[in-house]
Design a protein around this ligand. Sequence first.
Ligand SMILES: *[C@@H]1O[C@H](CO)[C@@H](O)[C@H](O)[C@H]1NC(C)=O
Length: 277
Amino acid sequence: RPCVWKILMAAMCVALLSGLQAQDLPRQVSIILLGATGDLARKYLWQGLFHLYLEEVGKGHHFRFHGTALTSTEQGQEVIAKVLESLSCPGDMASGHCAELKAQFQQLSEYRQLKTPEDYVALSKDIEAQVEHEGLRETGRIFYLSVPPFAYVDIARNINSSCRPGPGAWLRVVLEKPFGHDLHSAQQLATELGSFFQEEEMYRVDHYLGKQVVAQILPFRDQNRAALDGLWNRHHVERVEIVMKETLDAEVSFQSLCVPSSVPCYTPGCPQASPGW
Ligand SMILES: *[C@@H]1O[C@H](CO)[C@@H](O)[C@H](O)[C@H]1NC(C)=O
């Protein structure tokens, strides 16, 4: 009888432990930035990832950041090392604390070339091995595509076939401006991407859309109700024109401004013949 009791106890312990293992292991999210050596990534995205890290690290989440591009590993590592060195903390953070967190972030970030289907397979395997090695549980993977749209489909194919996380973990793919170059190419791209990803797995963003300015229009009106209510309405506003000055890649960004069909395009260089874009 004591033997049965022992076996029962052991079985219960195993069940408890495996339950614990599945649920209570610290969770990791892997963030894979494609186009990590590009202008936008160097100027904004790495800094954005660092801020995300600063906000989330205290909440018990674990992160890994994989910067990737077509650039050779050696050259890319050099670029990324410089970018990581230049990251800045919020102004109110003590410099010692900032240095410590920056060093942690640098430790968690790597650069690797992501070019061939084999590279994608290797990335996925490396993530799995690292998560297991550190006793973590993979919660999800975010692929952030800071690449030209013509590269989307190949990348999407590789992610779908070789880089999906295991069962129980989610996949998110962020697609960044411009989404095709006219209505037809946008629809075609949407169809192709839809064959690789579920709708809830895709996020389409356009940072050149003057998002911050546009987002402030309503709050501005709201805060100035007394003065503006009688004027800011459809009887008095014929159109909203948004102009954004860019020195870099100006043609592309002007085109991007024409995306929402409710905002007519009055910017020079916009394709007038294709309304909606
Ligand atoms: C996506 O990947 C799955 C699993 O490898 C595969 O069965 C499916 O055919 C892929 N989808 C496309 C459109 O290639």
